[in-house]
Design a protein around this ligand. Structure first.
Ligand code: PRX
Length: 444
């Protein structure tokens, strides 16, 4: 399906048969993995020497607009960052075993399933599948079987396991584990404390982004023992100069416990993104010119710092939402919802969800009165699953007569989110049509 849609048609496609479905092959283009694998098993592949600034990969990630950005990474700096962090942060020495439960298509998987463990001389466990299949003890079975020494996951997965099989870990020998790391979304105190109790090892939060490629905030306990604080993502990692700024004035926030935009002053550490692939302008305007009167890297996250320098991440400053540790742009979901033939306009916001952190919901205006609203949710979910993946499917779709907009035509997404979460909308004086917000209030 993906190849059918691609503008660039690949010359060759390597196909791996997992015996899950038919595997039709196209003559001249497709090559079966077996027998190629057996044939080349002992082939020596020489190193290709490149400049340290040579791009190693591009990963697309969401932002404020409907078009994802290609995060371009270098080679040398990334190697330094991963070679250091695998030991100093993830506590893996040569010979140790890291089990990262991510997907290699995401940054956590790139960094800590593939490159970092191998650069650091550690063994990596790559597991493809859900934490609950074939049963919710599969992770702990793997830890026991492979004597895993460090594990890295996301809070959503832990919440799921806590709900489905709270005692599963206790039935396995996890004595090889030194620490358990979590990233990708806020780690609440309950989940953190539960995980620590269930596994009997320190639980360490780490905050970072596709852009950074490795942790921005955490506790590098491989450098020195550091006190943990529940609810805090930790201290700035060596190499990062973190500053907080006021969103409106651009003034630096130096006093403790005051909310600001989390930024990184230049120079950025090794491993950080080089630019937006083929779009230096976008790299500059999005990341370096978005804090008033400052030239600092903008993470687009809110945060506070306590009097001892510990940071607390409070969520995104832009239209990005975090669903089960996945970063999604609400504008991309809107663009996808709007491809449903019945939909005229769409607004998507993230609302709080007990397990997934946030879940998208959509407000839509319809092209005609004859559209069957009873099947709309399923149809839209299907469109999104095909275009963006199942994780981006809205959990609810609300057909409305009009979307609340300002006189200049901006949809008031924060107001929609507030109402859906049962909060007050705040100032509505810029609203074009007061009736539009009343209609939405009545939905909740
Ligand atoms: O909002 C922050 C949240 O996830 C965003 C980055 O997502 P992504 O590019 O997919 O990279 C994930 C790499 C771990 C951040 O801007 N986020 C990530 N980690 C945390 C977090 N929010 C709170 N606490 C964290 N530990």
């Amino acid at each position: 399906e993906a190849i059918k849609h691609a503008k660039h048609q690949p010359d060759k496609v390597l196909l791996v048969n997992r015996d899950l479905a038919d595997m039709p092959m196209q003559d001249g283009r497709d090559v079966a993995y077996e027998p190629q694998r057996t044939k080349h098993l002992s082939t020596q592949v020489p190193c290709e020497w490149v400049e340290s600034s040579h791009p190693s990969y591009i990963l697309y990630t969401s932002g404020t607009t409907g078009t994802p950005k290609g995060v371009q990474r270098d080679t040398g700096g990334y190697t330094v960052a991963l070679g250091s962090s695998i030991r100093r942060i993830y506590l893996c020495e040569p010979g140790d075993t890291l089990f990262t439960t991510s997907d290699i298509g995401w940054v956590v998987g790139h960094s800590y399933i593939v490159y970092a463990p191998l650069i650091g001389g550690a063994t990596t466990v790559m597991y493809e599948g859900l934490p609950t299949r074939p049963d919710p003890s599969i992770w702990w079975q793997l830890v026991e079987r492979y004597r895993v020494t460090s594990m890295f996951s996301a809070p959503t997965a832990i919440k799921l396991l806590k709900k489905e099989a709270p005692d599963a870990a206790k039935a396995h020998d996890l004595s090889s584990l030194k620490a358990f790391f979590l990233a990708g979304e806020p780690l609440d105190e309950t989940t953190s404390a539960w995980t620590q109790e269930a596994l009997g090892v320190p639980v360490i939060d780490n905050y970072w982004q596709t852009e950074s490629g490795w942790p921005i905030l955490t506790l590098p306990t491989g450098v020195a023992p550091i006190e943990r604080r529940l609810g805090s993502a930790g201290l700035p990692v060596y190499g990062y100069n973190i500053k907080l700024f006021d969103e409106e004035t651009g003034a630096e926030i130096t006093e403790p416990d005051k909310k600001g935009i989390v930024t990184i002053a230049s120079p950025l550490p090794p491993g950080f993104m080089q630019t937006v692939w083929q779009n230096d302008e976008r790299f500059i305007s999005t990341y370096w010119q978005s804090v008033p009167s400052q030239s600092v890297y903008n993470t687009s996250d809110w945060g506070i710092r306590d009097k001892d320098g510990y940071y607390y991440i409070l969520g995104r400053t832009d239209d990005v939402i975090n669903v089960a540790g996945h970063r999604l742009g609400t504008r991309e979901i809107e663009a996808s919802v709007s491809t449903h033939p019945g939909v005229a306009e769409a607004a998507v916001v993230g609302v709080t969800d007990q397990v997934k952190g946030q879940t998208p919901i959509a407000f839509v205006t319809l092209r005609s009165d004859n559209i069957d609203e009873s099947s709309l949710l399923a149809e839209i979910q299907d469109v999104i699953a095909k275009q963006l993946g199942a994780v981006a499917r809205p959990s609810a779709v609300y057909p409305v007569n009009s979307l609340p907009k300002t006189r200049s035509g901006k949809v008031l997404r924060r107001a929609l989110q507030a109402l859906a979460e049962g909060r007050e909308t705040g100032d509505m004086s810029t609203l074009e049509d007061p009736g539009s917000i009343e209609e939405i209030k009545n939905l909740f």
